[in-house]
Design a protein around this ligand. Sequence first.
Ligand code: PAF
Length: 320
Amino acid sequence: MRTVTTVAGLRAACDQARAAGLSVGLVPTMGFLHDGHRSLMQAARRADDFVVVSIFVNPLQFGPQEDLAAYPRDLERDTAVAAAEGVSLLFVPSVAEMYPEPPRTTVHVAGLTEGLCGAARPTHFDGVTTVVAKLFSITGPCRAYFGRKDAQQLAVVTRMALDLDLPVEVVGCPLVREADGVAMSSRNAYLEPADRVAARVLSQALQAAAAAIEAGERDARSLRAGIERAVGAEHRVTLEYVEVRAAADLEPVDELRGPTLLALAARVGRARLIDNITVTFAADGEARIDLGIDAASVVAPGVASPKPLLSESESTCAAG
Ligand code: PAF
């Protein structure tokens, strides 16, 4: 595995790979790689010949109150994880390399960015789409892999690629859960042990909603109320939102009929966590619920999962 730090280096390597007849797969990340990221690399390895992982903590997607400096980083370990997953090229640019000048051009996807996480983080998605558009432009024609945990990000990036005719196929991959059901996130590193236990309530509430849907519940308001009640019983967790939205365009729905996203965000200790499930319906009306997959099903060659890195004094509420 090679590491490149320049835009020109990444562009040349991808051009060379395609010239040699190889397909290119891109896994954009902000580093501090966990099993969720590994599953994206594995999906890329299965479908593509030349796999690029980018590691860049993108300042543009952090709001002024979000502590960019405290975002967990461990490049040495990340390099070992990517190498163990058979990644071909690691792209680790500096902020000056990605933004030699403060950008005057940004990408905004209207509508899809406005509710859900966009309500509390009004500048976040423009930061994401701007850096992802740059990564797509530098990498060139490729498949790009994103986790379904960030369901809104996946919808926004997919729409951006469609609207701008970018030569990139955006591939959504399953949300990956820890053994106790908590969705994997670099931000779990911010959780004190008691908060880490309390965080289970989020996936448990979604699982209870899934059980209700399987039992025939289709009313969005009643599903939201059930989740609010379950999460509200855990005093260490503050629910920011729970929403029931059409999976394709993220429009609010009153009743579950087509593909539907149940998504939530919550503050747990110093972390802001998100989680979701997706419901689709078979022709006979039976609900099929995507709860994500277990981390145990992600083969992890050689390198252990990240441990919390931050001491109490160092960590602050952060969200990538
Ligand atoms: O999901 C992330 O880690 C980031 O938002 C991304 C897609 C790498 C853009 O910085």
